[in-house]
Design a protein around this ligand. Structure first.
Ligand code: ARG
Ligand code: ZN
Length: 481
Protein backbone atom coordinates (compact mmCIF):
# COMPACT_ATOMS: atom_id res chain seq x y z
CA UNK A 1 0.00 0.00 0.00
CA UNK A 2 2.74 2.42 0.92
CA UNK A 3 4.46 1.65 -2.36
CA UNK A 4 1.40 2.91 -4.14
CA UNK A 5 1.16 6.10 -2.16
CA UNK A 6 4.67 6.93 -3.30
CA UNK A 7 3.37 7.76 -6.73
CA UNK A 8 0.11 9.42 -5.77
CA UNK A 9 -0.79 13.02 -5.32
CA UNK A 10 1.33 13.35 -2.23
CA UNK A 11 4.46 13.79 -4.31
CA UNK A 12 5.94 17.23 -4.68
CA UNK A 13 6.42 17.06 -8.41
CA UNK A 14 5.24 14.74 -11.10
CA UNK A 15 7.37 11.86 -12.19
CA UNK A 16 8.22 8.54 -10.64
CA UNK A 17 11.89 7.89 -9.99
CA UNK A 18 13.53 5.51 -12.40
CA UNK A 19 15.98 3.98 -9.96
CA UNK A 20 13.61 1.91 -7.87
CA UNK A 21 15.88 -1.13 -8.09
CA UNK A 22 19.25 0.56 -7.51
CA UNK A 23 19.44 -0.28 -3.83
CA UNK A 24 19.22 -4.03 -3.61
CA UNK A 25 17.89 -5.41 -0.38
CA UNK A 26 16.11 -2.22 0.52
CA UNK A 27 12.36 -2.39 0.67
CA UNK A 28 10.49 0.48 -0.90
CA UNK A 29 7.85 -0.06 1.71
CA UNK A 30 10.11 1.07 4.55
CA UNK A 31 12.47 3.37 2.64
CA UNK A 32 10.19 6.34 3.17
CA UNK A 33 10.69 6.07 6.90
CA UNK A 34 14.46 6.49 6.71
CA UNK A 35 15.69 10.07 7.01
CA UNK A 36 18.75 11.22 5.09
CA UNK A 37 21.83 10.60 7.21
CA UNK A 38 23.59 13.55 8.91
CA UNK A 39 26.91 12.46 7.40
CA UNK A 40 28.43 10.61 4.47
CA UNK A 41 30.42 8.07 6.47
CA UNK A 42 33.75 9.91 6.33
CA UNK A 43 35.96 8.15 8.88
CA UNK A 44 37.62 11.43 9.98
CA UNK A 45 34.58 13.71 9.78
CA UNK A 46 31.52 11.45 10.15
CA UNK A 47 29.00 14.29 10.24
CA UNK A 48 30.37 16.18 7.20
CA UNK A 49 28.06 16.03 4.23
CA UNK A 50 24.65 14.43 4.33
CA UNK A 51 23.04 11.36 2.87
CA UNK A 52 19.82 10.95 0.92
CA UNK A 53 20.29 13.51 -1.83
CA UNK A 54 22.82 14.66 -4.37
CA UNK A 55 23.32 18.34 -5.20
CA UNK A 56 23.72 19.43 -8.84
CA UNK A 57 23.93 23.19 -8.42
CA UNK A 58 24.10 25.96 -5.83
CA UNK A 59 22.82 29.43 -6.58
CA UNK A 60 24.26 31.55 -3.77
CA UNK A 61 22.86 35.08 -3.74
CA UNK A 62 24.26 37.28 -0.97
CA UNK A 63 24.39 40.78 0.39
CA UNK A 64 27.39 41.77 2.48
CA UNK A 65 28.45 44.80 4.45
CA UNK A 66 32.16 44.98 5.30
CA UNK A 67 31.50 47.64 7.96
CA UNK A 68 29.44 45.23 10.09
CA UNK A 69 30.33 41.79 8.67
CA UNK A 70 26.62 41.25 8.25
CA UNK A 71 25.74 38.66 5.60
CA UNK A 72 22.23 38.02 4.35
CA UNK A 73 21.35 35.68 1.58
CA UNK A 74 19.29 33.17 -0.26
CA UNK A 75 20.77 29.93 -1.50
CA UNK A 76 18.87 27.83 -3.99
CA UNK A 77 19.99 24.21 -4.10
CA UNK A 78 19.12 22.00 -7.05
CA UNK A 79 19.35 18.41 -5.92
CA UNK A 80 17.98 14.95 -6.53
CA UNK A 81 16.70 12.64 -3.81
CA UNK A 82 18.64 9.35 -3.79
CA UNK A 83 16.04 7.73 -1.52
CA UNK A 84 12.58 8.41 -0.20
CA UNK A 85 13.26 11.28 2.13
CA UNK A 86 11.03 12.21 5.06
CA UNK A 87 13.84 14.37 6.45
CA UNK A 88 17.27 15.48 5.29
CA UNK A 89 20.13 17.60 6.60
CA UNK A 90 22.19 20.50 5.36
CA UNK A 91 25.47 21.63 6.89
CA UNK A 92 25.13 25.27 7.94
CA UNK A 93 25.74 27.64 10.87
CA UNK A 94 24.07 31.01 10.18
CA UNK A 95 20.56 31.94 11.33
CA UNK A 96 17.92 30.49 9.05
CA UNK A 97 14.82 32.51 8.27
CA UNK A 98 13.00 30.02 6.09
CA UNK A 99 13.39 26.82 4.12
CA UNK A 100 11.26 25.94 1.14
CA UNK A 101 11.29 22.66 -0.75
CA UNK A 102 9.74 22.80 -4.21
CA UNK A 103 7.82 25.85 -3.09
CA UNK A 104 6.45 24.35 0.12
CA UNK A 105 7.48 25.83 3.46
CA UNK A 106 9.55 23.23 5.28
CA UNK A 107 9.96 22.87 9.06
CA UNK A 108 13.60 22.92 10.13
CA UNK A 109 15.64 22.61 13.29
CA UNK A 110 19.25 23.05 14.28
CA UNK A 111 20.81 19.77 15.32
CA UNK A 112 24.29 18.85 16.48
CA UNK A 113 27.19 21.17 15.83
CA UNK A 114 26.52 22.30 12.28
CA UNK A 115 23.46 20.42 11.09
CA UNK A 116 20.26 21.97 9.81
CA UNK A 117 17.59 19.27 9.78
CA UNK A 118 14.80 19.85 7.26
CA UNK A 119 11.52 17.96 7.36
CA UNK A 120 9.98 17.20 3.99
CA UNK A 121 6.86 19.38 3.77
CA UNK A 122 5.36 16.85 1.33
CA UNK A 123 6.45 13.34 0.48
CA UNK A 124 9.81 13.21 -1.31
CA UNK A 125 10.44 10.06 -3.32
CA UNK A 126 13.66 8.60 -4.58
CA UNK A 127 14.81 10.22 -7.81
CA UNK A 128 12.76 13.34 -7.30
CA UNK A 129 14.16 16.71 -8.29
CA UNK A 130 14.40 19.05 -5.30
CA UNK A 131 14.63 22.81 -5.31
CA UNK A 132 15.62 23.82 -1.81
CA UNK A 133 15.56 27.54 -1.01
CA UNK A 134 17.14 28.69 2.24
CA UNK A 135 16.97 32.30 3.39
CA UNK A 136 19.38 33.32 6.12
CA UNK A 137 21.53 35.94 7.80
CA UNK A 138 24.32 36.25 10.29
CA UNK A 139 27.68 37.66 11.25
CA UNK A 140 30.00 34.87 10.07
CA UNK A 141 33.17 36.06 11.82
CA UNK A 142 31.29 35.86 15.12
CA UNK A 143 29.70 32.50 14.37
CA UNK A 144 32.08 30.24 16.25
CA UNK A 145 32.16 26.48 16.42
CA UNK A 146 34.63 25.12 18.95
CA UNK A 147 35.87 28.73 19.21
CA UNK A 148 36.63 28.79 15.49
CA UNK A 149 35.32 30.51 12.40
CA UNK A 150 36.38 29.62 8.85
CA UNK A 151 35.27 33.09 7.71
CA UNK A 152 38.07 35.66 8.01
CA UNK A 153 36.98 39.24 8.45
CA UNK A 154 39.56 41.80 7.35
CA UNK A 155 39.86 45.59 7.58
CA UNK A 156 38.28 45.99 4.15
CA UNK A 157 36.14 42.89 3.70
CA UNK A 158 36.32 39.16 4.26
CA UNK A 159 37.64 35.83 3.00
CA UNK A 160 35.53 32.69 2.85
CA UNK A 161 38.51 30.38 2.40
CA UNK A 162 39.04 27.29 4.53
CA UNK A 163 39.58 23.52 4.44
CA UNK A 164 38.08 21.02 5.10
CA UNK A 165 34.97 23.10 5.83
CA UNK A 166 34.12 26.58 4.61
CA UNK A 167 30.55 26.72 3.36
CA UNK A 168 29.07 26.53 6.86
CA UNK A 169 29.63 30.27 7.25
CA UNK A 170 28.14 31.42 3.96
CA UNK A 171 25.87 28.90 2.26
CA UNK A 172 23.97 25.77 3.32
CA UNK A 173 25.40 22.71 1.62
CA UNK A 174 26.09 19.03 1.42
CA UNK A 175 29.57 19.73 2.69
CA UNK A 176 31.75 16.84 1.55
CA UNK A 177 33.91 16.41 -1.57
CA UNK A 178 31.79 13.38 -2.53
CA UNK A 179 28.98 15.73 -3.57
CA UNK A 180 30.34 18.13 -6.19
CA UNK A 181 28.16 20.71 -7.89
CA UNK A 182 28.27 23.74 -10.15
CA UNK A 183 27.80 27.26 -8.78
CA UNK A 184 26.37 30.65 -9.45
CA UNK A 185 27.58 33.06 -6.77
CA UNK A 186 26.55 36.70 -6.58
CA UNK A 187 27.24 39.22 -3.86
CA UNK A 188 25.94 42.74 -3.44
CA UNK A 189 28.46 45.07 -1.74
CA UNK A 190 28.85 48.83 -1.35
CA UNK A 191 30.16 50.43 -4.54
CA UNK A 192 33.95 50.48 -4.55
CA UNK A 193 34.30 47.06 -2.93
CA UNK A 194 35.40 44.12 -5.11
CA UNK A 195 34.11 40.55 -4.89
CA UNK A 196 36.18 37.70 -6.34
CA UNK A 197 35.07 34.07 -6.57
CA UNK A 198 35.44 30.96 -8.74
CA UNK A 199 35.08 30.62 -12.50
CA UNK A 200 34.10 33.43 -14.81
CA UNK A 201 31.76 36.42 -14.41
CA UNK A 202 28.66 35.80 -16.55
CA UNK A 203 28.08 39.56 -16.53
CA UNK A 204 29.87 42.71 -15.38
CA UNK A 205 29.10 44.02 -11.89
CA UNK A 206 25.60 45.45 -11.86
CA UNK A 207 24.64 48.71 -10.14
CA UNK A 208 21.95 48.30 -7.48
CA UNK A 209 19.95 50.73 -5.39
CA UNK A 210 21.62 52.20 -2.33
CA UNK A 211 24.98 52.82 -4.01
CA UNK A 212 25.74 49.13 -4.26
CA UNK A 213 27.10 46.76 -6.89
CA UNK A 214 26.26 43.10 -7.40
CA UNK A 215 29.17 40.91 -8.53
CA UNK A 216 28.44 37.61 -10.26
CA UNK A 217 30.60 34.52 -10.75
CA UNK A 218 29.82 31.22 -12.42
CA UNK A 219 31.51 27.82 -12.12
CA UNK A 220 30.50 25.28 -14.73
CA UNK A 221 32.79 22.41 -13.63
CA UNK A 222 31.85 20.17 -10.71
CA UNK A 223 33.28 21.74 -7.56
CA UNK A 224 33.67 20.40 -4.03
CA UNK A 225 32.06 22.69 -1.44
CA UNK A 226 35.35 23.60 0.30
CA UNK A 227 36.76 24.81 -3.03
CA UNK A 228 34.10 27.50 -3.50
CA UNK A 229 35.30 30.83 -2.12
CA UNK A 230 34.74 34.53 -1.67
CA UNK A 231 37.31 37.28 -1.44
CA UNK A 232 35.67 40.61 -0.63
CA UNK A 233 37.62 43.84 -0.21
CA UNK A 234 39.87 46.21 -2.12
CA UNK A 235 41.42 44.38 -5.04
CA UNK A 236 43.16 45.21 -8.32
CA UNK A 237 41.79 42.77 -10.86
CA UNK A 238 44.02 41.76 -13.79
CA UNK A 239 42.52 39.76 -16.67
CA UNK A 240 44.27 38.08 -19.56
CA UNK A 241 44.07 35.05 -21.86
CA UNK A 242 46.11 31.88 -21.22
CA UNK A 243 48.04 29.98 -23.93
CA UNK A 244 45.19 27.46 -24.00
CA UNK A 245 42.70 30.25 -24.71
CA UNK A 246 41.11 30.33 -21.27
CA UNK A 247 40.44 33.46 -19.26
CA UNK A 248 43.00 34.25 -16.58
CA UNK A 249 41.62 36.42 -13.79
CA UNK A 250 43.99 37.43 -11.01
CA UNK A 251 43.26 39.76 -8.10
CA UNK A 252 45.64 41.57 -5.77
CA UNK A 253 44.66 43.04 -2.46
CA UNK A 254 45.56 46.72 -2.36
CA UNK A 255 46.73 46.25 1.23
CA UNK A 256 49.90 44.36 0.18
CA UNK A 257 52.07 47.50 -0.11
CA UNK A 258 55.72 46.45 -0.55
CA UNK A 259 54.67 42.79 -0.93
CA UNK A 260 52.66 43.56 -4.08
CA UNK A 261 55.48 43.14 -6.64
CA UNK A 262 56.47 39.73 -5.26
CA UNK A 263 52.81 38.65 -5.27
CA UNK A 264 52.45 39.74 -8.89
CA UNK A 265 55.75 38.21 -9.98
CA UNK A 266 54.44 34.91 -8.62
CA UNK A 267 50.73 34.85 -9.45
CA UNK A 268 51.23 36.36 -12.92
CA UNK A 269 53.07 33.11 -13.77
CA UNK A 270 49.90 31.08 -13.19
CA UNK A 271 49.18 30.58 -16.91
CA UNK A 272 52.79 29.46 -17.50
CA UNK A 273 52.59 27.05 -14.56
CA UNK A 274 49.26 25.64 -15.75
CA UNK A 275 50.71 25.22 -19.25
CA UNK A 276 53.72 23.31 -17.87
CA UNK A 277 51.59 21.24 -15.50
CA UNK A 278 49.22 20.31 -18.34
CA UNK A 279 52.14 18.67 -20.08
CA UNK A 280 52.96 16.58 -17.00
CA UNK A 281 49.56 15.88 -15.41
CA UNK A 282 47.24 15.94 -18.44
CA UNK A 283 44.77 18.53 -19.76
CA UNK A 284 43.82 21.32 -17.33
CA UNK A 285 40.45 20.23 -15.94
CA UNK A 286 38.64 23.58 -15.56
CA UNK A 287 37.31 26.57 -17.47
CA UNK A 288 39.40 29.42 -16.09
CA UNK A 289 42.66 30.15 -14.31
CA UNK A 290 43.94 32.63 -11.80
CA UNK A 291 44.96 33.54 -8.29
CA UNK A 292 44.02 35.92 -5.52
CA UNK A 293 46.68 37.61 -3.39
CA UNK A 294 44.81 38.05 -0.14
CA UNK A 295 45.16 41.04 2.20
CA UNK A 296 47.85 41.49 4.86
CA UNK A 297 45.36 40.84 7.65
CA UNK A 298 43.79 37.76 6.00
CA UNK A 299 44.72 34.10 6.00
CA UNK A 300 48.03 32.51 6.97
CA UNK A 301 47.93 29.77 4.34
CA UNK A 302 47.06 29.25 0.69
CA UNK A 303 44.15 27.26 -0.65
CA UNK A 304 43.54 25.65 -4.03
CA UNK A 305 40.09 27.23 -4.47
CA UNK A 306 38.89 25.97 -7.82
CA UNK A 307 40.08 27.89 -10.90
CA UNK A 308 41.47 30.65 -8.64
CA UNK A 309 43.69 29.81 -5.66
CA UNK A 310 43.87 32.22 -2.74
CA UNK A 311 47.25 33.04 -1.17
CA UNK A 312 47.98 34.51 2.24
CA UNK A 313 50.47 37.42 2.39
CA UNK A 314 53.19 35.37 4.08
CA UNK A 315 54.22 33.70 0.85
CA UNK A 316 55.59 36.97 -0.56
CA UNK A 317 57.64 38.11 2.44
CA UNK A 318 60.91 36.74 1.07
CA UNK A 319 60.27 37.73 -2.54
CA UNK A 320 58.55 35.96 -5.40
CA UNK A 321 57.41 32.40 -4.70
CA UNK A 322 56.52 30.32 -7.73
CA UNK A 323 56.55 27.14 -5.64
CA UNK A 324 53.34 28.00 -3.86
CA UNK A 325 51.77 28.87 -7.21
CA UNK A 326 52.86 25.48 -8.54
CA UNK A 327 51.55 23.77 -5.39
CA UNK A 328 48.09 25.33 -5.52
CA UNK A 329 47.76 24.89 -9.26
CA UNK A 330 48.85 21.24 -9.06
CA UNK A 331 45.91 20.86 -6.67
CA UNK A 332 43.59 21.80 -9.54
CA UNK A 333 44.34 18.29 -10.83
CA UNK A 334 45.10 16.62 -7.49
CA UNK A 335 42.38 17.62 -5.06
CA UNK A 336 40.01 19.70 -7.15
CA UNK A 337 39.40 17.50 -10.19
CA UNK A 338 40.45 14.21 -8.60
CA UNK A 339 39.08 14.73 -5.09
CA UNK A 340 39.44 12.66 -1.97
CA UNK A 341 36.71 10.09 -1.40
CA UNK A 342 37.45 10.34 2.33
CA UNK A 343 39.52 12.99 4.08
CA UNK A 344 41.83 10.16 5.13
CA UNK A 345 42.96 10.14 1.45
CA UNK A 346 44.49 13.63 1.89
CA UNK A 347 47.90 12.35 0.66
CA UNK A 348 46.35 12.29 -2.83
CA UNK A 349 46.11 16.08 -2.48
CA UNK A 350 49.05 17.27 -0.44
CA UNK A 351 51.64 14.65 -1.34
CA UNK A 352 51.03 15.22 -5.05
CA UNK A 353 50.93 19.04 -4.87
CA UNK A 354 54.18 18.95 -2.89
CA UNK A 355 55.83 16.59 -5.36
CA UNK A 356 54.75 18.95 -8.15
CA UNK A 357 56.99 21.56 -6.51
CA UNK A 358 59.94 19.15 -6.82
CA UNK A 359 59.12 18.54 -10.48
CA UNK A 360 58.98 22.31 -11.06
CA UNK A 361 62.31 22.72 -9.31
CA UNK A 362 63.75 20.09 -11.63
CA UNK A 363 62.22 21.87 -14.63
CA UNK A 364 63.58 25.26 -13.52
CA UNK A 365 67.09 23.88 -12.95
CA UNK A 366 66.86 24.70 -9.23
CA UNK A 367 67.52 21.18 -7.93
CA UNK A 368 66.38 17.73 -9.02
CA UNK A 369 63.62 15.80 -7.30
CA UNK A 370 66.32 13.37 -6.11
CA UNK A 371 68.26 16.23 -4.54
CA UNK A 372 65.11 17.50 -2.85
CA UNK A 373 64.31 14.00 -1.65
CA UNK A 374 67.80 13.63 -0.15
CA UNK A 375 67.63 17.05 1.47
CA UNK A 376 64.19 16.42 2.96
CA UNK A 377 65.05 12.92 4.15
CA UNK A 378 68.09 14.25 5.98
CA UNK A 379 66.26 17.30 7.32
CA UNK A 380 64.09 15.13 9.58
CA UNK A 381 66.24 13.06 11.97
CA UNK A 382 65.16 9.46 12.41
CA UNK A 383 63.92 10.19 15.94
CA UNK A 384 61.81 13.18 14.87
CA UNK A 385 58.09 13.04 15.59
CA UNK A 386 57.69 13.84 11.91
CA UNK A 387 58.21 10.15 11.08
CA UNK A 388 55.44 9.07 13.45
CA UNK A 389 52.65 10.73 11.42
CA UNK A 390 51.40 8.48 8.63
CA UNK A 391 50.67 10.28 5.34
CA UNK A 392 48.26 7.49 4.43
CA UNK A 393 46.31 7.85 7.70
CA UNK A 394 47.39 10.99 9.55
CA UNK A 395 44.25 11.33 11.67
CA UNK A 396 41.58 14.05 11.46
CA UNK A 397 43.67 16.47 13.55
CA UNK A 398 46.73 16.08 11.33
CA UNK A 399 45.49 16.11 7.75
CA UNK A 400 47.79 19.12 7.12
CA UNK A 401 50.77 17.80 9.06
CA UNK A 402 54.21 18.30 7.45
CA UNK A 403 54.40 14.53 7.06
CA UNK A 404 51.44 14.55 4.65
CA UNK A 405 53.28 17.11 2.51
CA UNK A 406 56.97 16.21 2.83
CA UNK A 407 56.91 12.48 3.54
CA UNK A 408 54.02 12.42 1.06
CA UNK A 409 56.27 13.88 -1.66
CA UNK A 410 59.06 11.50 -0.63
CA UNK A 411 56.65 8.59 -1.06
CA UNK A 412 55.87 9.68 -4.61
CA UNK A 413 59.56 9.96 -5.37
CA UNK A 414 60.09 6.40 -4.14
CA UNK A 415 57.21 5.25 -6.36
CA UNK A 416 58.87 7.05 -9.28
CA UNK A 417 62.20 5.33 -8.56
CA UNK A 418 60.50 1.94 -8.29
CA UNK A 419 58.48 2.14 -11.51
CA UNK A 420 60.92 4.27 -13.54
CA UNK A 421 60.31 7.63 -15.22
CA UNK A 422 58.63 6.17 -18.28
CA UNK A 423 55.88 4.49 -16.25
CA UNK A 424 55.68 7.25 -13.62
CA UNK A 425 54.93 9.95 -16.16
CA UNK A 426 52.24 7.75 -17.69
CA UNK A 427 50.68 7.03 -14.29
CA UNK A 428 50.11 10.72 -13.44
CA UNK A 429 48.03 11.68 -16.51
CA UNK A 430 46.26 8.30 -16.42
CA UNK A 431 45.22 9.06 -12.84
CA UNK A 432 43.86 12.52 -13.66
CA UNK A 433 42.06 11.18 -16.74
CA UNK A 434 40.52 8.17 -14.99
CA UNK A 435 39.11 10.17 -12.05
CA UNK A 436 38.55 13.54 -13.75
CA UNK A 437 35.90 15.54 -11.85
CA UNK A 438 35.48 12.57 -9.50
CA UNK A 439 36.66 11.09 -6.23
CA UNK A 440 39.34 8.54 -5.55
CA UNK A 441 41.18 6.62 -2.84
CA UNK A 442 44.83 5.84 -2.12
CA UNK A 443 44.06 2.16 -2.82
CA UNK A 444 42.89 3.12 -6.31
CA UNK A 445 46.12 5.01 -6.94
CA UNK A 446 48.16 2.02 -5.85
CA UNK A 447 46.14 -0.24 -8.14
CA UNK A 448 46.69 2.10 -11.10
CA UNK A 449 50.42 2.39 -10.42
CA UNK A 450 50.65 -1.40 -10.22
CA UNK A 451 48.63 -1.86 -13.40
CA UNK A 452 50.77 0.54 -15.43
CA UNK A 453 54.13 -0.55 -13.98
CA UNK A 454 53.36 -4.25 -13.73
CA UNK A 455 54.93 -4.23 -10.26
CA UNK A 456 53.62 -5.20 -6.84
CA UNK A 457 53.94 -1.95 -4.89
CA UNK A 458 52.30 -3.06 -1.69
CA UNK A 459 55.46 -3.01 0.45
CA UNK A 460 56.41 0.41 -0.87
CA UNK A 461 52.98 1.95 -0.20
CA UNK A 462 52.81 0.36 3.25
CA UNK A 463 56.32 1.47 4.18
CA UNK A 464 56.04 5.05 3.00
CA UNK A 465 52.39 5.81 3.79
CA UNK A 466 51.34 3.58 6.66
CA UNK A 467 54.36 2.63 8.77
CA UNK A 468 55.70 4.78 11.62
CA UNK A 469 59.41 5.52 11.61
CA UNK A 470 61.90 6.71 8.99
CA UNK A 471 61.98 4.13 6.17
CA UNK A 472 65.34 2.68 5.23
CA UNK A 473 66.30 3.51 1.66
CA UNK A 474 66.65 0.83 -0.98
CA UNK A 475 70.32 0.61 -1.99
CA UNK A 476 69.66 1.90 -5.50
CA UNK A 477 67.92 4.98 -4.10
CA UNK A 478 70.27 5.66 -1.20
CA UNK A 479 71.37 9.23 -1.19
CA UNK A 480 74.93 10.20 -1.89
CA UNK A 481 75.05 12.24 1.31
N1 ARG B 1 45.24 22.68 0.98
C1 ARG B 1 45.98 23.81 1.50
C2 ARG B 1 47.33 23.73 0.86
O1 ARG B 1 48.15 22.95 1.12
C3 ARG B 1 46.13 23.76 2.99
C4 ARG B 1 45.04 24.37 3.75
C5 ARG B 1 45.30 24.38 5.21
N2 ARG B 1 44.12 24.86 5.88
C6 ARG B 1 44.15 25.65 6.92
N3 ARG B 1 43.02 26.05 7.40
N4 ARG B 1 45.27 26.01 7.46
O2 ARG B 1 47.63 24.30 -0.08
ZN1 ZN C 1 48.36 21.73 -0.57
Amino acid sequence: IAALTVTTAGTLVTGVPGQAADRPGRSRLVAGATPGTPGLGDSYFPDYGNGGYDVDHYDVRLRYDPATDRLTGTTTILARATQDLPRFNLDFLLDVESVKVNGWTAPYAREGAHELAVTAPRRIVRGQQLTIVVRYSGVPSETLIGGYTGWTRTADGALAVNEPESSWWWFPANDHPLDKATYDISVSVPTGVEVISNGVPPRPPLAEAGDRMRWSWRTTSPTATYLAFLAIGQYDVVTDTAPNGQPVINAYSTTLGPLAPAARASIERTAEVVDWASGVFGPYPFEAQGGVAGPVDGIGFALETQTRSVYGPGFWRRGANTYVVVHENAHQWFGDSVSVAQWRDIWLNEGFASYAEWLWSEEQGEGTAQELFDFTYAAYPADSGFWQVLPGDPGAERIFDDAVYDRGAMALHQIRLAVGDEAFFRILPAWTAEHRHGNATVAQFQALAERISGLDLDDLFTTWLLTPGRPALPTAARSAT
